[in-house]
Design a protein around this ligand. Structure first.
Ligand code: NAD
Length: 497
């Protein structure tokens, strides 16, 4: 929990409830000035060469790498995740930043598009440029406070933009640490600036004449932010909630699949946007349910700082209460609790990892958008029913298919409505530094990472050049030769059979 008062933002350790630290909230009325300063710095930054930008990003990245241990500890402490998960986040964040440093120049290089046969019509070749947008306003979430912020900041800067970003008010301390790392990298003053606070500060950023908004968070707030950006005529990249399905085919190897699915459901205490929330077993679900329940009962829950644990707490008392309500609503609609289903007494905001079973789609609808340690298992008759169930949700972030016959699994994966589909794997593949990540349907639009991600922070400009003078048919007065030329062209290239 973090409390925004008129004073500082106070952050508590989610595993103990003890105060971790406090940071100053940025006054909402100061945000427009911070964006204006970033724009000033960005004008000069946009004129720098790729080599200069790369050198500065490298310095930043080296600083992050030198501090890898303290990053992992800071993430584990503030988010309440096991140290191994926090180290995984640091590694994938550095990989993603490193991708931009190694490949950003190529991804942003001009492209030449030849006119081909259209040169007969004297249409010139085209050069495509990827130009900076200006100042990117980023509003972030807390569950992967480094991975979801640092790579996007790197891509926006690499593309020649300034960035004003707001970390989540539930991860303000990691936010400060990230901004400090940027400040120490020697980037131009004001080019990347952090603002701290809650919805009011986020709202001020959205309305501060930014050139593009990037929002990562829940669907409801995301829609509010997107509506405000649209009213200002500002484009957006939206990374919103998921409700990810896993389709288990009859030939899936049970033990290995159960191990992966249990991890995929409860990694980050289920507070992972691509965590598995719904498992559809094609055929007899009973043995699967039994093994998933056993694997869940074996999980070790506790304070990641004090013991070897698999699952930490939820991020705040409000998040735990909200999660509890989701579970109750699903049970009220017919879900049966197989394991867990209850909050744990404090200190800390723990909730027993929960396995639900359902006979129909009703209990699932009550869970849509849930963010916490729960997975629901449902038996389905055949693949068609599994695909229909998986696609019935309004969300479409990621989905997985499990089976030995890879051709069949791929055929199922192709039918799933999700930004990422994985076969016999889950969550971890999102760490692929070059693979574009993002959702479909209510899970958002736009992509982060790789070539697609970096170009989200650019505007595409086309330049076409013709030598001065020379032949040019497209001018007044019209001559019959133009008609002859076009008729010949049509006959040659578009005559229907
Ligand atoms: P949230 O929507 O509560 O908050 C996200 C951010 O928006 C925070 O920084 C918050 O201060 C800010 N905010 C809230 N209301 C605002 C407003 N009206 N105007 C401007 N800013 C506002 O979400 P959360 O609790 O931080 O994150 C959890 C959600 O994020 C989950 O639903 C999860 O699935 C989703 N998520 C998605 C991805 C993805 O990549 N698609 C990644 C991680 C988390």
């Amino acid at each position: 929990m973090a409390i925004a008062t008129s004073g500082p933002l106070i952050r508590f350790n989610p595993a103990t409830g003890n105060e971790l630290g406090r940071v100053e909230v940025t006054p909402a009325e100061a945000v427009a000035g911070i964006v204006a300063r970033a724009r000033e710095a960005q004008r000069a930054w946009a004129k720098t060469s790729w080599r200069d930008r790369r050198r500065q990003l490298e310095r930043w990245s080296h600083g992050l790498a030198r501090e890898a241990d303290s990053w992992a500890e800071a993430i584990s402490r503030e988010i309440g995740k096991p140290l191994g998960e926090a180290y995984g986040e640091v590694a994938t964040s550095l990989d993603a930043v490193g991708w931009t440093i190694r490949h950003g120049g190529t991804a942003l290089a001009d492209e030449r598009l030849r006119a081909g046969r259209q040169s007969i019509l004297l249409i010139p070749d085209a050069r495509v440029r990827y130009r900076p947008l200006g100042v990117i306003g980023m509003i972030g979430t807390w569950n992967y406070p480094l991975f979801l912020n640092a790579p996007a900041i790197a891509q926006a800067l690499a593309a020649g933009n300034g960035v004003v970003w707001k970390p989540s008010d539930l991860a303000p301390l990691v936010g400060c640490k990230l901004q400090e790392s940027l400040d120490h990298a020697g980037l131009p003053p004001g080019l990347v600036a952090m603002v701290q606070g809650g919805a009011d500060v986020g709202n001020a950023l959205v309305n501060a004449r930014i050139d593009k908004g990037m929002f990562t968070g829940g669907l409801e707030n995301g829609r509010r932010v997107l509506t405000a950006l649209a009213a200002n005529g500002v484009s957006a990249l939206a990374e919103l909630s998921g409700f990810d399905p896993a389709v288990v085919l009859p030939d899936a190897p049970r033990s290995a699949t159960v191990r992966s699915l249990t991890w995929g459901a409860f990694v980050g205490c289920g507070q992972t946007c691509v965590a598995v929330k719904r498992i559809y077993v094609v055929g007899d679900a009973a043995p699967w349910l039994q093994q998933i329940a056993e694997a869940t009962r074996a999980l070790r829950i506790g304070d990641p700082a004090s013991a070897a644990v698999d699952l930490g707490p939820l991020i705040s008392s409000e998040a735990r209460d909200r999660f509890d309500q989701f579970i109750r609503a699903s049970v009220a609609r017919g879900a049966k609790v197989v394991v867990g289903g209850q909050p744990r007494p404090g200190p800390g905001w723990f909730f027993d990892p929960t396995v639900l079973v359902a006979q129909s789609a009703e209990p699932e609808s009550a869970l849509a958008g849930v963010f916490g340690p729960v997975v629901l298992v449902r038996q389905v008759r055949d693949i068609d029913e599994a695909v229909t169930a998986a696609n019935s949700s309004g969300f479409g972030l990621a989905a997985s298919v499990w089976g030995r016959d890879l051709a069949r699994a791929r055929a199922v994966a192709c039918r799933l409505e999700a930004g990422t589909v994985t076969i016999n794997d889950v969550v971890a593949p999102i760490g692929h530094a070059a693979a574009p990540f993002g959702g479909t349907k209510s899970s958002g639009f736009g992509r982060i990472h790789g070539v697609h991600g970096i170009r989200e922070f650019t505007q595409t400009q086309v330049e076409q050049t013709r030598r001065p003078g020379g032949l040019r048919p497209q001018v007044f007065p019209y001559s019959p030769r133009v008609v002859t030329l076009l008729r010949t062209y049509l006959r040659l290239f578009h005559r229907s059979s």
